[in-house]
Structures are given as structure tokens and as C-alpha cells.
Design a protein around this ligand. Structure first.
Ligand code: KG4
Ligand code: ZN
Length: 338
């Protein structure tokens, strides 16, 4: 079988997007359907796990049909199934895993379990057809902040990670302090453009500690203290300045550590992934830093950065051709190490 012709139907349901995609040869997106629940969870200021799983269950079949229709395919054209089995919200993951297992059982076609972070990184294979390991990867999302050394398609080593909150979580929490809507990342990104990033100094946590680790739980409190302090003094808070200064503090550390990791290990490519990779200031800063050091920077467009199933299909492809398939005992795992 020509590997480039292999078609996978991929499913992602680890958080609040019900997503199904058809991917050929690990690189070509035939369809990429994402049914977002953001509007539903907005009312609660964050993802409510029970509501997320119920909506996955209601949506998964018609999202699958739409993905097949858009690709002009039927189940007969699918060679194997790829599915996110962790990490994520357990009740949400279970829906995707059970659906993929049912498809595999009904068709007799193989099943591949995919790690969500492996998926995020693999979004880059869809955007950059010539990209191949080895490279350094930065994964920045609502659930993760990892620096991962990718030596081969299926060989990933986490060399740094957050010790507490994920960076997207920090964006979401600070947005809430500033009274911005959920999800906070895009709102802060927009507002920061009108602010002065040097207006307030927030600490660059762990910047020079000699590791590739991060910590973002303190900055929300620092922002909250600043806002309350100004209010107590009777000063009006300039939300755009707070957003810009917070964003700069967080991104300074992320850029320094990820570019530093690439340089230290002699990698000449930095691959970025995850919802926060959509951030316009992060893109600007990484472009500048990578340009300075002769590192090739890869960042997919926003639609491939936030949760989607196309990235799961890309990762699934490389697992499948290595023979890493799963059987029907595949289980969803909320805390799955990479
Ligand atoms: O990858 P993702 O869709 O889901 C997870 O796997 O977590 O990431 C969602 C996160 C949210 O925290 C959201 O606020 C953040 O990505 N995000 C952004 C931007 N767009 C999404 N953060 C900063 N700037 C953005 N433009
Ligand atoms: Zn994600």
C-alpha cells in the first residue's frame, strides 16, 4: 500500500470541540469539521465538563457524516481510525474513543490512539509539507505548556513544562479579572494591541532558573493585586495597558525558553502549536527571535492551532505506519504522559 494514499478518519473530543477530519498520507486535509461549544460554555465563563460530554454525544455522528460528505467519501474509503485518547476531560474523551472503537469494530479497520499533544505538534505537518523531525516544539494551549524535543515522528521528549497553570489558563483567568469574555486569550490579544506593554512591570517568572519549566499561577494574583490596588487608590484601571503588560511578561519567558531550548540542543527548527499559538504578539516575538538566531519558525494558521481533528489524523498516520495500532481495549486517559 502506498503510504501517501492512506486515508484516516480522525476524531478529537478532549475538551469543548467535537471534531472529525479526513486526512490522506498524514499531510493532506480532505475535510476538517469542528463543532465548537464555546458559545454554550461562555455563559459559565469556562468549560463545564458534564455539558461538554453531553454535546459531544449529541454531535459526534453528524459531525462525522459532514466530514465524510465534505471529503466526498464513505466509510469504504477510510483505511483506519485515529482518535485522541488523552489527556483531557475524561467524560469528553470517552465519547470520541467509544465512537472510534465502534467504527473500528463495525468496519474491521484498525484503530490508532493519539496523544493530544502529539496531535497539536503534528498540525505542522499539514501546514508545512517539507517539515520533518528532528525539531524543537513549543506547545501552548489552554491545558498545556510544554517544550518538546521531537527526534522522530513518534519519538517525543518533554524537556520543559508548566509546574502549575497552563499559559492559556493564565490568559483566561486574567481576562476574567479584566471583565473580558471567555475564552480570554483572543480578547487579551485584541485589547493588548491598544495598550502599552511597558506600562506595568509583572515579574518574568522562572526566566533565569536554568530549566525549561514555566509557572503561570502567580501572575493572575499579581494582576488582581494591581487592579485592586489601583481601584483602592481611586485610579482608573487602563485594561489595555494591563492586558499588554501581562501578555508581554508571559511571552518574554515563553520565547526565551523555547528559542533557548532549540539553540541549546542544536535544532534549527522551532515548531509551535496549541491554541495560544494563535496569539499575534507571540508570532511577532518568535519571528523576531528566530530570525535573529537563524532558526526556521513553523506556526500553523489559527484553525490548526486550536483543537481540531486534522492534527490528530496527521499524528495518527505516523503512528499507524510504524505499526502502533490499538485494539478495542483502548481507554480514555485523563492524565496521559507524553
Ligand atoms: O489548544 P486549545 O484550543 O485547547 C486546549 O487544548 O487547551 O487552546 C485553547 C486556549 C484557551 O486558553 C484560549 O484562551 C487560548 O488557547 N487562545 C489564545 C488565543 N487564541 C486562543 N491565547 C492567546 N491569544 C490568542 N489569540
Ligand atoms: Zn488542545
Amino acid at each position: 500500500m502506498d503510504e501517501k494514499k492512506l486515508v484516516t478518519l480522525a476524531i478529537e473530543s478532549s475538551c469543548d470541540e467535537t471534531a472529525v477530519a479526513l486526512i490522506r498520507g498524514g499531510r493532506e486535509v480532505l475535510s476538517n469539521i469542528i463543532s465548537s461549544q464555546i458559545d454554550i460554555h461562555k455563559a459559565y465563563g469556562g468549560v463545564v465538563p458534564e455539558i461538554a460530554s453531553r454535546h459531544h454525544l449529541e454531535n459526534i455522528n453528524h459531525v462525522t457524516q459532514r466530514a465524510l460528505d465534505e471529503a466526498g467519501m464513505t466509510m469504504d474509503d477510510v483505511d483506519f481510525f485515529s482518535v485522541t485518547y488523552g489527556p483531557g476531560l475524561i467524560g469528553a474523551l470517552v465519547i470520541g474513543v467509544a465512537t472510534a472503537k465502534a467504527f473500528s469494530l463495525a468496519t474491521g479497520k484498525p484503530l490508532v490512539g493519539v496523544h493530544h499533544i502529539h496531535g497539536h505538534i503534528s498540525a505542522n505537518y499539514l501546514q508545512y509539507p517539507d517539515l520533518e523531525p528532528p525539531f524543537m516544539a513549543l506547545v501552548v494551549s489552554g491545558g498545556h505548556t510544554n517544550i518538546v524535543r521531537v527526534t522522530e515522528y513518534n519519538d517525543l521528549h518533554t524537556i520543559g513544562q508548566t509546574r502549575d497553570d497552563a499559559v492559556g489558563e493564565a490568559f483566561d483567568k486574567v481576562a476574567r479579572v479584566l471583565g473580558l469574555p471567555y475564552p480570554g486569550g483572543p480578547a487579551i490579544d485584541r485589547l493588548a494591541k491598544e495598550g502599552d506593554r511597558e506600562a506595568i512591570h509583572f515579574k518574568r517568572v522562572l526566566l533565569d532558573d536554568g530549566t525549561y519549566d514555566f509557572s503561570f499561577s502567580g501572575i493572575k494574583t499579581a494582576v488582581l493585586n494591581y487592579v485592586n490596588g489601583e481601584k483602592q487608590k481611586g485610579n482608573e484601571v487602563n485594561a489595555a495597558d494591563v492586558a499588554a503588560s501581562f501578555q508581554e511578561a508571559v511571552l518574554d519567558v515563553i520565547v526565551a525558553k523555547s528559542v533557548g531550548a532549540a539553540l541549546d540542543s542544536g535544532e534549527d527548527k522551532l515548531v509551535v502549536a496549541g491554541g495560544v499559538a494563535a496569539n499575534s504578539r507571540l508570532r511577532e516575538k518568535l519571528t523576531e527571535a528566530c530570525g535573529e538566531h537563524g532558526i526556521r519558525l513553523c506556526i500553523p494558521p489559527a484553525v490548526l492551532c486550536t483543537d481540531n481533528a486534522a492534527m490528530i489524523g496527521a499524528a495518527g498516520h505516523y503512528s499507524y505506519i510504524k505499526g502502533n495500532t490499538s485494539d478495542l481495549s483502548l481507554d480514555a486517559i485523563a492524565h496521559l504522559p507524553l
